[in-house]
Design a protein around this ligand. Structure first.
Ligand SMILES: Nc1ncnc2c1ncn2[C@@H]1O[C@H](COP(=O)(O)OP(=O)(O)OP(=O)(O)O)[C@@H](O)[C@H]1O
Ligand SMILES: Nc1ncnc2c1ncn2[C@@H]1O[C@H](COP(=O)(O)OP(=O)(O)OP(=O)(O)O)[C@@H](O)[C@H]1O
Ligand SMILES: [Mg+2]
Ligand SMILES: [Mg+2]
Lengths: 255, 255
């Protein structure tokens, strides 16, 4: 049974997509079979894999709204051990239409449970909102990873995310755990230092010990259509996401 | 009649809120009466003005869903000449419920036309999505400012924004114009240089000449609850947003 991880934060631009891709590729590199699912109408995860979101034939939209099985929607990527269910811009309709169905929150969870997936981990990239797509991801997940910048608006968004977690645990997924990941960190920046300390005090073990620092190589890799671990294997970004992958594997083993 | 500007981009974290606040404060500083309207359920613009989004009594949610007049929802800010209609987290319901009403796209436009507003400019901060709230903002606006980073995912999002503009012009607001604003620029970064040049070639005069560079003072000012022009009046952020305000005033005069 695959271990399902949602990567979500209402706050925009905190490296949700970059984390889904880089963490997924690092897990695949360590020999695990990984499935990425792009739930964002922007389709950045799909694009980063060199697939044009508007042109993908079978997508997460078909899985959520048209009953397509997950296994039929899976596409290959250039990375061994890493597969993807691409997004399409029409996913925006799912935000509107899913809530009109009874028990809509379980749509993705049911699709994942029905398919005889061979993957050890499934990673769900979410849009920057708390609508039906994100709600579906949190209902299907064992773990929610919340990428956050050490900045004021991002730190404030964690309050809303905690409220959402409580709601999901009460209504649809009592087992949902979370871990916060500090991303885009500039070690020399005073605001980043101060807010990181505040997050460590407030959340303690709710934070990953691994921190992802700013590394311009991470901006470059989606242009080439490769994950950071293949584009610049010795970069700081690659190393830090590999350390994160190890920390995650240890966390999962302890559960 | 107030000149209405929407600040929107589906891409998250591109400085929509920071631009709305800093540009609004720069326009107020030059003597104009400015109204900010926070249309994002995150309420970052509200928060940056020192108002707790969950505690604001009259909000943009009441204007859009409960027929409250704009003038009744206006709150003062600490900046002379700058007022705000705050957001509340319940705005998320507007994303779901507005589209169920006939002609929902004109809700904000009608509210703005009914109120005898004394403001010269109205600035609308939008959430990172292309749902009902953003659609309402684009229907009400004369000008759409699209903040964008000089990075791959942000540049790609412009494609979706252009499609959205064509749709709004066809269905609800033929007069909608747009201008792209490059934000968070690091002049020393190679990706930023290359993508900025590509944007200049692709969009030409569709880009503001003013560019906003990275300035950590802009991260600090929302913590204090003041706009950059009051928090650090001589900072690079303040100067660049003042130049932007002048470029905007000239643009509006030429229309
Ligand atoms: N560690 C890093 N160092 C430098 N740039 C980064 C890093 N992580 C992400 N980026 C860049 O920052 C921008 C935002 O990251 P990304 O798009 O992954 O965030 P997101 O949370 O998925 O955004 P959205 O809310 O729009 O979905 C992207 O241009 C990305 O390439
Ligand atoms: N020029 C700048 N220099 C440094 N930091 C900046 C600059 N502009 C914005 N920021 C910071 O970058 C982050 C993103 O900016 P902001 O929240 O305004 O973007 P947004 O597009 O409104 O995000 P969202 O999509 O979540 O609404 C914030 O933490 C903000 O303080
Ligand atoms: Mg993303
Ligand atoms: Mg914002």
């Amino acid at each position: 049974m695959a271990y399902v991880i949602a990567i979500s934060n209402e706050k925009g631009g905190v490296a949700k997509t970059t984390t889904t891709y880089s963490l997924g590729a690092s897990l695949a590199e360590s020999g695990k079979k990984i499935l990425l699912i792009d739930l964002d109408p922007q389709g950045n995860l799909t694009l980063a894999n060199g697939i044009e979101p508007g042109k993908a034939v079978k997508t997460s939209h078909d899985v959520l709204l048209n009953g397509l099985s997950i296994t039929e929607a899976i596409a290959k990527t250039s990375t061994p051990g890493l597969e993807i269910v691409p997004a399409s811009p029409t996913l925006i309709e799912a935000e509107q239409n899913l809530p009109l169905r009874s028990n809509y929150a379980f749509t993705l969870n049911n699709a994942l449970r029905q398919g005889a997936l061979v993957h050890e981990y499934v990673l769900l990239d979410c849009p920057p909102s708390m609508g039906a797509l994100t709600y579906n991801a949190l209902t299907a997940a064992e773990l929610l990873i919340i990428p956050t910048q050490a900045e004021y608006f991002s730190a404030y968004a964690l309050r809303d995310m905690m409220t959402l977690i409580r709601r999901v645990r009460r209504d649809s997924n009592p087992r949902l755990a979370y871990r916060i990941l500090i991303t885009l960190l500039d070690q020399r920046n005073r605001t980043h230092k101060v807010i990181r300390e505040q997050l460590e005090q407030t959340f303690g073990s709710g934070l990953f010990q691994t921190v992802i620092e700013i590394d311009t190589r991470l901006r470059e890799s989606p242009i080439i259509g490769l994950p950071i671990t293949q584009y610049r294997p010795t970069s700081r970004g690659s190393q830090q996401y590999r350390v994160l992958a190890q920390e995650l594997i240890e966390y999962v083993q302890q559960q």
